[in-house]
Design a protein. Sequence first.
Length: 396
Amino acid sequence: MRPTELMRGAPPPADQQVSLANWREAPFSSWSFHNVRRLLPTEGLAPSLCSRPYSLQSRDLDRLPVTGETGQASTLANLLKETYTSGFLVLHRGQLVFEWYDRGLSAERPHIIFSVTKSVAGALVGILADRGLLDPEGPIIDLLPEVAGSAYSNATIRHLLDMTVGCSFVEDYENPTPEYLAYRAASGWNPSPDRDRMDQRSFLAALAPGGPPHGYAFKYVSPNSDLLGWVIERAAGMSFAAFLSREIWQPMGAEGEAYITVDRLGAPRSAGGLCVTGRDLARFGELIRLRGCLGGKQILPRWWVEDIFESGDREAWQRGNFAEFLPQGRYRSKWYQLGDAEGTLAGIGIHGQWLVIDPKHETVIVKLSAHPVASNEGADKVLVAAFKTISATLAG
């Protein structure tokens, strides 16, 4: 079934209908990932009244030689199709040099970025820290006494930022536990007979401790980032979407529609619910590459962005569950450091979402996808190699 055949008709045929039960499954995800607002409650972000248009300098990268998913010689265009890409953009020195869309996506339509949302949340914390509205090293319960007695009761905001909270939660997309399914239902992402009585914040406040002590090892747990969204809202005194819009999206000159999914009580899915255009995600990546300064304005604290590039606990990473994928990597404030000579930074989301920042080669790459597999390490390694080829080609 082609993506363009989904949800057509009045009503659409039964086998072409996208619902809460199938929206993250192929082939339905090719439609739903850029039509999230038609399936879930959301809160919008206001675009900038003075959007900053791109300077265009097109480069023909379609035929760029890269290694395909099978390990054979291929081209970038073929690799994008192989990896279920819906949108792919490349900036070099701030200029838009390559833009490619497929599967029904366009430059004007927002696409869900899943866990790249976490990286955006990490940037917001820097603004609050710089203004003295929260202490990144301080206890979570100072801002959220509601989580006393949970896995977070003696953890710090830094533990949230760096994914080193000790808790019992297990995040497994292929073999979800009952607790994981309850988490998705509480966030409003899964159908459930109890969905109307569940909410995200209540789920987080009841999450049980377990595992190694806080700070010991990197453990990927998305509820940590949803709790970080709650921390941000409490410290900012406004909703996540309103704060993000006021502090980053509008100042950086965002031009497109954007929104984030919320639960039945308005809690933001700051772990993975942000939906933005590829162009605006690339703008955000350029903001990070330039250490928080864009258009002559310091939007993010420079010290915070430099800390993301330069800090991170190597030992905690090596003890964690992603070390095999990135042996030299680190994780800092919701960003992955790939551990390469270029100092590459990345936000990564399931089903093939990427925001890649190569400071040495002055390159930003955005990949929006509807890969049928939530997490595919083999494909990710091939993509990282392709990203490096693109950056080196543009720089050379």
